[in-house]
Design a protein around this ligand. Structure first.
Ligand code: ADP
Length: 838
């Protein structure tokens, strides 16, 4: 980088290298007036949007948001626009949903790279949404078709609920007729009719209700759940103080996802949802029994969550006011109703929605570009932790079938049509929240009841306490004897443990950190294995549940190895993955990752705001993760980072040079009157040489007067405060499966021991499958023995050898404009040079 200040002239001048190595002149006056003028207009950023003469006509793609707004819709618009531009398409936004299409004019606007800057963090939809009556008429749709053809648009990406997607499919099926009509009535020319013979439609589901069949999750649903959980957590404290009951009504006319997940995540006493009405005719008495039993155990609060469309099994609506009257009249509880209403739609999208919206939107543009006139309109969905497409109309039909199944009282079918985890999660709620009355269907025979120890290991992460609570309650409901071990394996060898009680873990769903205390001591490495085996035998522990990160995995490996020396270790041992680094083999997600991503996103939003408000500044933000780049990559997508430095790629001098050039080009292309903040995420262990400070200093020096740089080390803030709803829900599901794992891997041996009249069964099980990670695999929960995971684990770097999230990595740079300084930029710079010579 060279620079020279020309003090003799009226303006300051700076000479620098452009991304292609050409010498550029920067002045305090507009160096390239035409170029900068154009870039600040709606026509787009010349560097990012430029096109070469000989390229074919670009495809014109429009995006619209329709129906009820959902957080994450803006992230969709941003990713669609930017990814489309990167693929050489002309991108449009149709403002106000279908109404904008019918109205035409300035409601159909060309978008450039900069039009969507900063949209990731904004809730709702900045291009507006509406319910449009006109679009439900043929004339309205013909008008819409004419407006699109006049703009030359031949593809639309619709982000909305099932109504909007139905409308989109109707529109596409009628398209040839509309084109014919418009041609006949001379509203469009023959040539236009020929060029726009086909319309491509791709759907994205934006809905807070998570009410679309075929997809595991819809854009906006998780953010809405955040709002509900924040509200219920707050209500909990006032309910506790006054010993009150609260009936909280949440959205969901035909779908109980929000109510059920909120029930699980907040530890509510009872939930009412449309798909699974209370089994008993007399649900009122059942409700009172449950509430009273929980009160008798010492609970000072009662929380009931009701979906707005909740029904009883004769399809009579169950209303909040009625529940309130029942609790007041029959139990004498001071009961209040809180209807959350539109709060649930609001606010900045959570990390999961930002990531989902971005990745699905990129897939939507790809679907447009690969679509054929005869393929059915695709809907972009998320299934088994994979983004894929399905037939839009089939998904809509299945969704409508839920309402039909409910109206026919076919509740089993309604549950089946929901995402695959729904039924499992409903059972998880009942089994972990409601104290059962020891009815036979849940309690195991006496000889199968076990003493199960639960401990935490490694750094704290969101969801550890929620998992412990569920494990304790589910175990108690099964007749087991759960034991809480304090301070990990070092606590175990000292015998620091106590019997767990149902009320003792009350409220733990929302507690961050580790209530049991945790440390990194691994048995056989940091603590004596003999003492571990001794305490297990002494305390008659028949199953062990270890909640933690990579240390937990290492512990299981050591315990398995030590079984041949210590028979008391021949008990089922399971590892529930919990670490913000997401580096445990055998699971897609560990508990705490979602809480951590939200903490990173919140911090980066604040840092970005500070940077923008003061001056042109690049923040190098250091995130945790050890040798795993998960937090940097997913956090990078969710916080619109400029780039990320991760251990999987490392850092080199040439990489830094190219990043400096990229930043210079971006700042050079920015509006000179606007300050702009940019963020780079760096995983803490990526390099000993290129530390966060070193990178920041390099950027500061090389940015000269275009931008400066600062650092932010997020540190333990990343462990989050209260665990996120997703972590709480994952904790509940996994904890139940852990207890089931222990039951499944010991029942035969216990039976045998019982038959032999052995008090403490030893040598119960030494099969390697009985030491396993209980992890999330797509939509399933799977047990993987530690031995089966060892070949796919990099023990030295403490992580799996491959990572599913790594394919998201290129999106961070791509959506920040990297790779865009290709032929277009070259041509523009060449043109500028030509102009200078003239
Ligand atoms: P959501 O998309 O959230 O389910 P709506 O059901 O209100 O919301 O649908 C949004 C808009 O989609 C409607 O206002 C209407 O313009 C359009 N739409 C819905 N159904 C149809 C249909 N069958 N034909 C044409 N347009 C429709």
């Amino acid at each position: 980088m060279q620079q020279q200040m020309d003090t003799a002239s009226e303006s300051e001048k700076l000479y620098a290298l452009d991304p292609l190595g050409n010498v550029l002149l920067f002045t305090s006056q507009l160096a390239f007036p035409g170029l900068l003028h154009e870039s600040s207009s709606r026509q787009g950023s010349p560097i990012l949007n430029g096109k070469a003469d000989n390229e074919p006509l670009p495809r014109k793609i429009a995006i619209l948001t329709s129906g009820g707004d959902a957080p994450g819709m803006n992230a969709c618009v941003r990713a669609v626009v930017r990814y489309g531009i990167s693929k050489g398409c002309e991108m449009y936004a149709i403002y106000e949903g279908y109404q904008g299409m019918v109205d035409g004019g300035d409601r159909i606007r060309k978008m450039d790279w900069k039009s969507v800057r900063g949209w990731m963090r904004v809730g709702g939809t900045s291009i507006g949404t509406a319910r449009c009556k006109a679009f439900q008429t043929a004339e309205g749709r013909i008008q819409g078709a004419e407006n699109l053809i006049k703009e030359g648009i031949d593809s639309i990406i619709v982000c909305g609920g099932d109504g909007s997607l139905t409308g989109a499919d109707v529109f596409r099926s009628e398209w040839p007729t509309h084109v014919e009509n418009l041609k006949k009535t001379n509203r469009i020319t023959e040539e236009e009719a020929e060029r726009h013979k086909h319309l491509t439609i791709v759907g994205l589901v934006g809905s807070i209700d998570n009410d679309m069949s075929s997809t595991d999750i819809t854009i906006g649903a998780v953010t809405s759940l955040h709002r509900i959980c924040e509200a219920v957590d707050s209500i909990n404290t006032t309910a506790m103080s006054h010993s009150r009951a609260f009936v909280v009504e949440v959205m969901g006319r035909h779908c109980g996802w929000l109510a059920l997940m909120a029930g699980i995540a907040t530890g509510a006493d009872f939930v009412f949802i449309p798909e699974r009405p209370p089994g008993e005719e007399d649900w009122r008495s059942r409700l009172c029994e449950v509430a009273q039993r929980h009160r008798q155990l010492g609970k000072r609060k009662t929380i009931i969550i009701v979906a707005e469309g909740a029904l009883d099994n004769s399809l009579k609506p169950i209303k909040s006011e009625e529940i309130k009257d029942i609790l007041t009249d029959r139990l004498g509880l001071d009961t209040r109703v809180t209807t959350l209403g539109h709060v649930q739609r609001g606010g900045s999208p959570c990390a999961a929605d930002r990531i989902l919206a971005t990745i699905q939107s990129v897939e939507a543009v790809r679907a447009v570009l690969t679509s054929k006139p005869d393929t059915p309109s695709p809907l972009i969905i998320s299934r088994n932790n994979q983004i894929m497409s399905t037939s839009l109309m089939k998904a809509v039909e299945l969704t409508h079938e839920v309402a039909k199944a409910i109206s026919e009282k076919n509740f089993a079918r309604a549950m089946e049509l929901r995402d695959p985890q729904f039924a499992e999660e409903f059972n998880a709620f009942t089994a972990s929240t409601i104290l059962d009355d020891c009815s036979d269907h849940i309690v195991l025979p006496k000889h199968q009841q076990m003493r199960v120890a639960i401990l935490h290991i490694g750094a704290p992460s969101g969801g550890m306490n929620a998992a412990t609570r569920t494990a304790v309650r589910y175990a108690l409901n099964r007749g087991h004897h759960p034991i809480l071990v304090f301070n990990g394996f070092s606590g175990l060898v000292r015998g620091t443990m106590e019997d767990a009680t149902w009320i003792g873990v009350d409220g733990w769903t929302s507690h961050g950190g580790s209530e049991l205390g945790t440390n990194r001591h691994v048995p056989g490495v940091d603590v004596d294995m003999g003492m571990v085996a001794y305490q297990i035998q002494k305390n008659k522990i028949q199953g062990l549940m270890v909640i933690g990160g990579f240390e937990a995995f290492s512990s299981l490996v050591e315990l398995e190895k030590a079984r041949k020396f210590y028979p008391s270790l021949c008990i089922p041992v399971c590892h529930l993955p919990a670490t913000i680094s997401n580096n445990v083999p055998g699971t897609d997600y560990s508990l705490g990752t979602d809480t951590s991503l939200n903490a990173i996103v919140t911090s980066c939003d604040a840092i970005g705001q500070s940077a923008r408000s003061s001056r042109r500044r690049v923040f190098v933000v250091e995130v945790q993760g050890g040798k795993s780049g998960y937090l940097a990559v997913e956090g990078g997508i969710a916080s619109s980072a400029n780039t990320v430095y991760i251990p999987e790629e490392g850092i080199s001098l040439s990489r830094l040079q190219s990043d400096v050039k990229h930043l210079l080009a971006l700042y050079f292309d920015d509006d000179p009157d606007m300050s702009e903040g940019r963020i780079i995420l760096r995983t803490e262990d990526v390099s000993d040489t290129y530390t966060t400070d070193v990178i920041s200093n390099i950027l500061k020096d090389e940015g000269h007067q275009l931008f400066d740089s600062r650092t932010a080390v997020l540190g333990h803030i990343q462990q989050g405060d209260t665990p996120s709803p997703l972590d709480r829900i994952r904790a509940t599901r996994l904890a139940i499966r852990c207890i089931q794992f222990i039951e499944e891997h010991s029942s035969c041996a216990l039976d045998k021991a019982h038959a032999n009249n052995e008090a403490v069964p030893i040598e119960l099980t030494n099969c390697e499958e009985s030491v396993a990670v209980v992890g999330i695999w797509g939509a399933d929960v799977r047990y993987n023995s530690t031995n089966s995971l060892l070949p796919i684990t990099d023990m030295k770097n403490r992580k799996p050898r491959t990572a599913w999230w790594f394919e998201h990595r290129p999106l961070v740079d791509l959506l920040a404009g990297r790779g865009m300084f290709t032929p277009q930029a070259q041509k523009l710079f060449a043109e500028e040079k030509k102009q200078e010579k003239q």
